[in-house]
Design a protein around this ligand. Structure first.
Ligand SMILES: O=C[C@H](O)COP(=O)(O)O
Length: 337
């Protein structure tokens, strides 16, 4: 399993904060839309692709260091179920898994205390069930919203949906943007929409899903990232998981660098959530190394980084079990997560 540039010092930095209370980052308040900045945004596709091609095959983290990074990755998963056949029973099982994502004997063997996932992510109809199931765990519920996944329901209903999910107890709202505003270069409309979504969320944190696979170019991804951050997004997120192309490394590099630029200009740290199709432990390690290299260790924390994933946890569990016992368990033993 290969990841670049993760040292022993990084591993201890990664694990040392695992049980500390959530760091309170000042929320990104947003700013006025600055069209000069948006027009100036470029993305050099071939340079981006070259950089990403070097990532997976480089230096590895091994053994205990790898296990520590995988445990860290678990704390940053938004454990997700977004299926038409979701039931309260499935959501309750998912919540139980979020509260106890790794078997105690494996944690004991690794010298770790209890950990949890970063959040549980569901459709609005399942928010109340998830909130009740997670009561007392400290794990927030994230609701996908605003006509997820296409974002094409009537505008007032999209705003209403946010209100309802917040009322039902969601602490995080994953909104989908109107892709057509990006494709038409209508940055003001994208900004206004995002601004209202953010205001409607109130205290709940808002993740802006760009649906990057439908934005046409990396430059559009970079521009949409900037507009959403200017409008006050707490996180920018790649995908719904329902597009034909979801999270990729090139898109991630573009969004991560947009976050870095925004931080340099405003002093505010915006979080990043790659989502859709991330199902292997080795891929998770590559994402973590990309964050570390481009944004620094500060971002390697659930308040600034999440994986949106429905099946990543299962593979991480298998890798941890192998690390501890020397054997791989069958995939069906990790049906949830
Ligand atoms: O936001 C989360 C995604 O919908 C999860 O996608 P996935 O099922 O491919 O892991």
């Amino acid at each position: 399993m290969g990841t670049p540039e993760m040292t022993k010092a990084d591993t201890s930095a990664a694990t040392s904060g695992m049980h500390l209370p959530q760091i309170h980052e000042p929320r990104n308040p947003g700013m006025a839309l600055d069209l000069d900045v948006i027009r100036g945004v470029q993305a050099n596709t071939s340079a981006i692709e070259r950089r990403c091609a070097t990532l997976p095959g480089r230096r590895s983290v091994k053994k205990d260091h790898q296990a520590a990074w995988l445990l860290k990755a678990i704390t940053m998963i938004d454990l997700t179920t977004l299926a038409g056949d979701d039931t309260p029973g499935r959501v309750k099982r998912l919540c139980a898994k979020a509260a106890h994502p790794v078997r105690t004997d494996i944690l004991d063997a690794l010298g770790m205390g209890p950990i949890t996932t970063g959040a549980v992510c569901v459709y609005h109809e399942m928010v109340e069930t998830a909130v009740a199931a997670l009561d007392g765990t400290g794990i927030p519920v994230a609701a996908v919203s605003t006509g997820f996944p296409a974002g094409l329901s009537p505008y007032h209903l999209r705003v209403k949906e946010i209100e309802e999910s917040v009322k039902a107890g969601a602490k995080e709202i994953d909104i989908v943007i109107s892709r057509r505003h990006v494709l038409a270069g209508n940055w003001q409309a994208l900004y206004d929409e995002m601004r209202e979504f953010r205001a409607t969320c109130g205290e709940a944190h808002v993740k802006a899903i760009l649906a990057t696979g439908e934005l046409g170019s990396l430059r559009n991804v970079a521009r949409a990232s900037q507009v959403c951050m200017m409008a006050g997004a707490d996180f920018i997120k790649t995908s719904t998981g329902k597009e034909s192309v979801n999270a990729t490394l090139p898109v991630s590099l573009v969004m991560i660098r947009a976050i870095r630029d925004y931080h340099a200009r405003t002093g505010y740290r915006v979080g990043y959530k790659p989502a859709g199709g991330i199902s292997k432990a080795k891929d998770a390690l590559v994402y973590l190394s990309l964050i570390k290299e481009e944004l620094g260790n500060h971002w390697l924390s659930p308040h600034l980084f999440r994986f949106g994933a429905s099946s990543l946890l299962g593979d991480i569990e298998r890798q941890l079990e192998h690390h501890v016992t020397g054997h791989y368990s069958a995939g069906y033993r990790h049906a949830i997560g």
